[in-house]
Design a protein around this ligand. Structure first.
Ligand code: AHR
Length: 506
């Protein structure tokens, strides 16, 4: 079919303020799973390994991404983890059967190594506690170990382990996916609610300055969603600051128009969780607003078959090594846009995960590090999506897909950085054949000019990157221009775009 051009319009104004973007929506996740830790961030024998065994080449890419917060140590892993196994002299740490992913955990990396690594690369830690096999006692001991300055059993043990200063970890997850049948120590909502409440109480007694995340559903398709949220929040509303959301998508039936509309499902999921939180708020006559931590999100489906062939009980086998294609990057872009549109309630989000395991960064053992296709929208959003999220008024042609109606071809979010006087428009064109001629009314931004129009596109929706070849990478050759208060830009078919404006005249 011949390519044609359709038209779309956006109006942006400083007054259309949603909220300040919390930079923590650009967070990520490292779980003791597959080659995320061993062979990912940590590889003692690697030529770039630092004195603690962490790969410097990987650190550099994470720093390039500017990841403000990293969730650790799981995931499903945390529900069977004894944190005490991962501290103290490495040679004395036990090897454990790891039941979530059926591997052997050598405990070469634990709480102290991870916290020191995160600090070095400029990321905060979002620490999860085990509410699967354990509970109040281990959580209060762990927080004492991490955050108490000294003079008590667990804080002095940390000092004895070579970490004189407390890690001061602020953000803590009360368990992981406790609604899931696959979770070790799965709970009913009432069991979880009580346990999470009591754990939160004890943790706050040790350190009143922490922030806590109450465990939400493992995904919007869980049969217990959103009843799980309603029941558990009834217990945890006043002790938690966030409720978690998790969601992964895939294009198993190779229906790309439907796949690219999945961010509408994510939007609906977020709205439903907000509604549920606000219902509990009303029920409790509470003044407090519950925020959302979308602490697992990504595309995940490419590796499913390969994983079923991996033998159990290996150390760091190549699990969940999805190789992402170009269309995955478009959906990841739309998911990031969705967070920006909900900047008033979604205050944290973690791309799951960061290295090797469903990740933007991949490594070769003893060799190179490379960027997957999804690396780029994540990089752009993290780098340019800081400031105030503005609500763009969008007029776009729409289409119907298998599961969605009236899907706008143009998906967009806008961020205004008051300090640097820059305006960034993120845009995905979901149309697979037609470009969009975009007119964006920015008359409220007098004296501004276009500084860059970054485009990520490929003629092949299934194009992937590898260590040898980066087939999908952005260029700055977009044609956006600004005249008389209107940006004109061609948003190519099936593309991710970043149009950047800055004040050039007083
Ligand atoms: O990120 C991979 C897994 O997905 C996590 O361990 C779990 O929380 C989720 O089901």
């Amino acid at each position: 079919m011949a390519e044609s051009i359709q038209h779309a319009r956006i109006v942006v104004d400083k007054a259309f303020r949603i909220a300040e973007v919390d930079k923590r929506i650009y967070g990520s996740f490292i779980e003791h799973l597959g080659r995320a830790v061993y062979g990912g961030i940590y590889e003692k024998e690697h030529p770039t390994a630092d004195s603690r065994g962490f790969r410097s080449d990987v650190k550099l890419l994470i720093q390039e991404l500017g990841v403000p917060i990293i969730r650790y140590p799981g995931g499903n892993f945390v529900s069977g983890y004894n944190w005490e196994d991962g501290v103290g002299p490495v040679e004395q740490r036990p090897r454990k059967l790891e039941l979530a992913w059926r591997t052997t955990e050598p405990n070469w990396v634990g709480t102290n190594e991870f916290a020191a690594w995160a600090k070095e690369i400029g990321s905060e830690v979002m620490m999860a506690v085990n509410l699967g096999t354990r509970g109040v006692d281990e959580a209060r001991n762990l927080i004492e170990y991490c955050n108490h300055p000294g003079g008590s059993q667990w804080s002095d043990l940390r000092r004895q382990h070579g970490f004189e200063q407390p890690h001061r970890i602020k953000t803590w997850c009360l368990g992981n996916e406790m609604d899931g049948s696959w979770q070790i120590g799965q709970k009913t909502p009432a069991e979880y609610g009580r346990l999470a409440y009591e754990t939160a109480k004890a943790m706050r007694l040790v350190d009143p300055d922490i922030e806590l995340v109450s465990c939400g559903s493992s995904g919007s398709s869980m049969p217990t969603f959103p009843e799980w949220e309603a029941i558990t929040l009834d217990y945890t509303y006043e002790v938690a600051d966030f409720v978690s959301l998790h969601q992964y998508y895939g294009n198993r039936d190779n229906d790309t128009p439907n796949y690219l509309a999945r961010s509408m499902d994510m939007d609906h999921f977020i709205r439903t969780v907000i509604a549920t939180c606000d219902y509990i708020k009303a029920k409790k006559r509470s003044k407090k607003t519950m925020y959302l931590s979308f602490d697992e999100w990504n595309v995940w489906y490419h590796s499913n078959d390969a994983d079923s062939r991996i033998d159990p009980w290996g150390i760091a086998p190549p699990q969940l090594e999805d190789i992402y294609n170009f269309e995955d990057a478009l959906l990841v872009g739309s998911m990031l846009i969705t967070f920006l549109k909900h900047a008033d309630r979604v205050k944290m989000a973690c791309l799951a995960q960061l290295v090797n395991v469903i990740a933007p960064i991949m490594t070769e053992e003893g060799g190179r590090v490379w960027r997957q296709t999804i690396y780029y929208p994540y990089l752009h959003a993290s780098r340019f999506g800081r400031g105030v999220s503005l609500n763009p008024i969008i007029e776009s042609p729409v289409y119907d897909a298998k599961d969605y109606t009236d899907v706008p071809y143009l998906d967009s979010a806008v961020v205004y950085d008051e300090e640097s006087e820059t305006l960034t428009l993120f845009a995905v064109n979901r149309h697979l054949e037609d470009s969009l001629a975009l007119t964006c009314d920015v008359r409220g931004f007098e004296g501004y000019g276009v500084t860059e129009h970054i485009v990520l596109q490929s003629d092949d929706l299934k194009a992937v990157n590898s260590a040898d070849q980066e087939r999908v990478k952005p260029h700055s050759g977009g044609d956006a221009s600004l005249q008389d208060g209107y940006v004109q830009a061609l948003i190519p078919k099936a593309s991710w775009n970043v149009v950047r404006l800055a004040k050039t005249k007083a």
